[in-house]
Design a protein around this ligand. Structure first.
Ligand code: DSN
Length: 431
């Protein structure tokens, strides 16, 4: 295990992390995460526990709750969800009955699995209707309105997992109010941008907010559910319904070490330096997007307004080419994830795009000029392999990809760029 930890630390130090949902928590956050708090069981909530010995844990949880309430400006928060998906499932349990109609952004258009996608429990147990983005990459609010009026959903999700623009929470709020739906904003990706003041907050417009704590918020892995004033006005029992849905509805004992680390991350996010961090994430993303566009790449929506971008690789590799881009970039120590693009011509396993983002690189102190350098490397190496094509015959794909891996591994451009990326990364320590 020690050897594996060392290998992973080296991989992180010598590589460039561009997966937009990843980040580096501070060493203080990591210390709390591995602290004695992990030894405790504390089913229930502060002052209402099923086990003894929770006098300290009660204070830990209250600290996390108070900091979240203050930072996001909400009257109620639950800090116990193990992560984002359990947080979202708790919202369904609190607001809906099995079979109720719900609405969310289509997965291949940037939505999350838990916003009602067919293979998720949320799509199996609920009648999920999807809305989409338009050809300009932005959410089709006319379609959202039309579907909401036609289907009268109990719950509408706004927020995304692969969407390069700001979300118009106000417009969603008007639509949800008009049809009497609960409106939940999943800000897992953008929570740090909201707190940092570079993305509008959903809080005035929605009833519920869910988030993870480890993406742009830069805390430990974890989740939170916030209930807004607007939510309590719609349904005074909403805080209690959410708490009951998390425990005992879905979870047992909360992870107290995670709660403690969330409390610390929320403190870090309240510091003025975090606002600078959030601004720099967005600036870096814009420069990376502009560099790729200048080098001839096609971006969904032609840019980035937040921390991420989606590159449509159909002009480079044809359909399903995201897998080649991920492999080529992996070979030069640049980590991205293959991703579907709106109107995906292939499927989620062989998608036609990649998703890139700047939260982790920005934590390491990289700035605009560095992002331009990174964009040039990406363009240089992808251009070398533009002849790769995913075979139409399904049974030939695996062997073609294996052969492609061998070609990539022995290519001189790859060896050169990998050394350049490594030397570059070593200049930017990780916490
Ligand atoms: N896995 C997360 C992401 O990468 O966006 C969403 O759950």
């Amino acid at each position: 295990m020690a050897a594996l930890l060392e290998q992973e630390a080296r991989r992180q130090q010598e590589g460039l992390e561009l997966i937009p949902s990843e980040n580096y928590a501070s060493s203080a956050v990591r210390s709390v995460m591995s602290s004695v708090l992990m030894n405790k069981y504390s089913e229930g909530y502060p002052k209402k526990r099923y086990y003894g010995g929770n006098e300290v844990v009660d204070e830990v949880e209250k600290l996390a709750q108070d900091r979240a309430k203050e930072l996001f400006g909400v009257p109620h928060v639950n800090v116990q969800p193990y992560s984002g998906s359990p947080a979202n499932l708790a919202v369904y349990l609190a607001c809906c009955r099995p079979g109720d109609t719900v609405m969310g952004l289509d997965l291949t258009h940037g939505g999350h699995l838990t916003h009602g996608w067919k293979v998720s429990a949320t799509g199996i147990f609920f009648h999920a209707i999807s809305y989409h983005v338009k050809s300009d990459g932005r959410i089709d609010m006319n379609e959202v309105r039309r579907l909401a009026e036609a289907y009268k959903p109990k719950l509408i999700w706004c927020g995304a997992t692969a969407y390069p623009f700001q979300v118009d929470f106000e417009a969603f709020g008007e639509i949800a109010d008009a049809v009497g739906a609960y409106l939940a904003a999943d800000i897992a990706h953008i929570a740090g941008l909201v707190v940092g003041g570079v993305h509008p907050s959903p809080v005035p417009h929605v009833h519920i907010v869910t988030t993870t704590t480890h993406k742009t918020l830069r805390g430990p892995r974890g989740g939170m559910i916030l209930v807004t004033e607007k939510g309590i006005n719609k349904d005074p029992e909403l805080p209690e319904k959410i708490d009951r849905a998390v425990f005992p509805g879905l979870q047992g004992g909360p992870h107290d070490h995670q709660t403690g680390a969330i409390a610390l991350a929320l403190y870090e996010a309240s510091l003025p330096s975090f606002r600078d961090y959030a601004k720099q994430i967005v600036r870096n993303s814009k420069v990376l997007a502009e560099t790729l566009i200048r080098r001839g790449f096609s971006l969904v929506g032609n840019g980035s307004e937040n921390h991420l971008m989606l590159v449509d690789l159909t002009p480079v590799f044809g359909s399903g080419g995201g897998v080649f881009a991920q492999m080529v970039l992996d070979a030069v120590n640049i980590t991205v994830n293959k991703n579907t693009i709106p109107g995906e011509p292939m499927n989620a396993f062989y998608p036609s795009g990649i998703r890139l983002g700047t939260p982790a690189a920005t934590t390491r102190g990289m700035k605009e000029a560095d992002m331009e350098r990174v964009g040039q490397w990406i363009a240089d190496v992808l251009a070398e392999f533009r002849s790769f094509r995913l075979p139409e015959e399904k049974d030939k794909r695996k062997s073609y990809i294996e052969e492609a891996k061998t070609v990539i591994g022995s290519h001189p451009t790859i060896t050169r760029v990998r050394e350049d990326v490594k030397a570059f990364c070593l200049k930017f320590p990780i916490p």
